[in-house]
Design a binder for this molecule. Structure first.
Ligand SMILES: [Zn+2]
Length: 149
């Protein structure tokens, strides 16, 4: 991809950062270097990231290593590139701790979601069973009705 296009995408993503033009250029150089050398991976979970928001690509976000809520600044040494899910899961947690634990917590999250889905399916089955008689009665009435007509 052309550098100009990349710059446009990059600028959109960093527009909220309070950094001067020189810092922006420096951060962009880092971005380009990572991107062009195939190492554009999330700083925490190490998954490869893309540029767009979408289902197929993991989009990159700008992450503050030390969260703003804990006094982290927009200084470019406090900025890293992370995938959206890591960024939102990290919140104001310590970056080092998060990096060490992110894959564990992602697995836990997946397990929780799977368990929820199983539970829901069981509930749906129970609902169907609980109302089975009523459903059958309704169906019988309908069948009888249609026979009469
Ligand atoms: Zn990630």
């Amino acid at each position: 991809m052309e550098k100009e296009k990349l710059r446009t995408i990059f600028n959109k993503r960093i527009k909220k950062l309070l950094i001067d033009a020189q810092a922006k250029d420096e951060l962009f150089e880092r971005f380009i270097e990572l991107f062009n050398h195939g190492g554009f991976k999330c700083a925490y979970c190490n998954r490869r990231m893309g540029l767009k928001w979408g289902d197929n690509e993991i989009s990159f976000t700008i992450d503050h290593v030390l969260a703003r809520s804990r006094g982290g600044t927009d200084n470019i040494h406090n900025i890293t590139f992370a995938c959206q899910s890591c960024n939102s899961m990290k919140g104001d947690k310590d970056a080092g701790w998060f990096a060490a634990n992110v894959n564990k917590s992602k697995v836990r999250k997946q397990k929780r979601e799977l368990w929820k889905a199983i539970k829901k399916r069981k509930q749906d089955k129970r609902t169907r069973e609980a109302f089975k008689d009523i459903f059958e009665m309704v169906n019988v009435k309908r069948e009888n009705g249609s026979k009469k007509a």
